[in-house]
Design a protein around this ligand. Sequence first.
Ligand SMILES: Cc1cc2nc3c(=O)[nH]c(=O)nc-3n(C[C@H](O)[C@H](O)[C@H](O)COP(=O)(O)OP(=O)(O)OC[C@H]3O[C@@H](n4cnc5c(N)ncnc54)[C@H](O)[C@@H]3O)c2cc1C
Length: 484
Amino acid sequence: MRTAIIGGGVAGLAAAYELEKARAAGAAIEYTLYEATPRLGGVVASEIVDGAVLERGPDSFLSEKPAAAELCRELGLGSELLGSNDADRKTCIVVRNRLIPLPDGLMFLVPTKLIPTALTPLFSPMTKARMALELLHPPRPSNDEDESVASLVERHFGAEAVDRLADPLLSGIYGGDAAQLSARTVLPRLVEMEAEFGSLTRGMLAAHRKMRAAAAHGNGRPANQRPGPRSIFTTLRGGLQQMVDALAARIDPAAARLSAPVNSLSKSTGGWSVRAGGETKLYHSVIAATPAWAAAALLSGVDAELAEELGAIPYSSSITVNLIYNEANLGPLPEGFGFLVPASEGRAMLACTFVHRKFLGRTPRGKAVLRAFLGGMKNEALLDKSDAALIAAVRQELGEILSRTGLARGIEPEFAQVSRWRRAMAQYAVGHRQRQQRIAERVARLDGLRLAGNAYDGIGVSDCIRLGRQAARELMAAGQTAQA
Ligand SMILES: Cc1cc2nc3c(=O)[nH]c(=O)nc-3n(C[C@H](O)[C@H](O)[C@H](O)COP(=O)(O)OP(=O)(O)OC[C@H]3O[C@@H](n4cnc5c(N)ncnc54)[C@H](O)[C@@H]3O)c2cc1C
């Protein structure tokens, strides 16, 4: 019996890998991985230019989410895993061209240390007073109603905290808009803390105390088995492309079909008909690992209501611009990993990472790699600009923000590269959880169908890998990939 996997991003690749493992172990499984473009990996794409690792899409995964590192170890890439250089971790917010470090003690948008919060120039005296008074915020009776991240943060800390904290952090990382994103989905811990403690600061301090106590007791482990401190981000020395290449090498070469967009999908008593490249094949099960909007188009003739729910999940587009500079010409950059730019600054750039600082050993000595992130929900029009215009805009903005470096004199990068990702990042808008539930209910009625990817239960690389593998395992457990 056969399974079709539609979409060769990390979610689809992880699903194919899981099926391949079972097939290699002797299970009667056949699968085809259909990918619309000529390459596998989806938005995960990196290359090495003049010895520097350049990530076109994601640059790392969160270390606290284990699925990606686990998969890398299984693929024999354990020794290639590289933690972020957290000793130098410091993130700044741009306010009127000044770089202001996030105050010490900030946890998930919540200030927990009085003195750094009182002293930071990031907030006005009014916002600081509001932050102090937040300790008295009464508990909110738990209800199922969702609200936006902006609304939750504004109720507690005021509008300036949305503008200078929530919005840049969410848009600089995931191209999201705090006014649209669901608090229940994106910040579930804060919603729970509000119900229990009222004050998010008190809730965060209580959670921190609990974590410290657990860590002091080694989380129940004997002293010699306790893990050391972990970096916040993990990547691969040669770029995340290493993981894509290792996955592609494991998959049966006859199973991967590149430049093969699936044009239609239909269901009959015999199974699922998948049409691609003028050819229709019948499968017993299907894993749709495309963006939700693409799955919506494919499923519209199968279940119009499901397609409508999938099509209603908003997506944002983003652009990355990688620039390689000679450090001697560049001069000293400010400390830290880079900066985030609030929308109120009116710039094209949402964020910039000092790549050579964030991950050591991926850039040759004497070179600096700056990676700008643009686009997001509020600036889709940038996608239509030419590479030259985008590079010029980034260089101009960098010169204005990093005015004490050679960038202000317009020094030329040794290399510049633009990558556009259209409608690639799902946005968990207000009400996402309920939508996800409705989608799960409809999918459960369609025998042999699974959905995987960043639109459902986690946007990160690790989440997509977990969901891809889970989809394949569920189908195998249900016998929908095995010989009848
Ligand atoms: C610029 C950027 C930076 C990011 N940074 C990070 C980060 O640092 N850390 C992190 O954890 N996450 C990050 N993310 C998020 C994360 O990378 C993605 O959510 C994840 O990689 C998505 O994987 P996917 O397989 O679900 O989707 P995709 O990678 O979008 O893959 C879907 C695939 O489906 C294919 N497809 C679509 N329609 C069809 C069809 N009809 N037939 C066949 N194939 C089809 C597409 O061509 C594509 O290859 C970032 C994302 C972007 C865009």
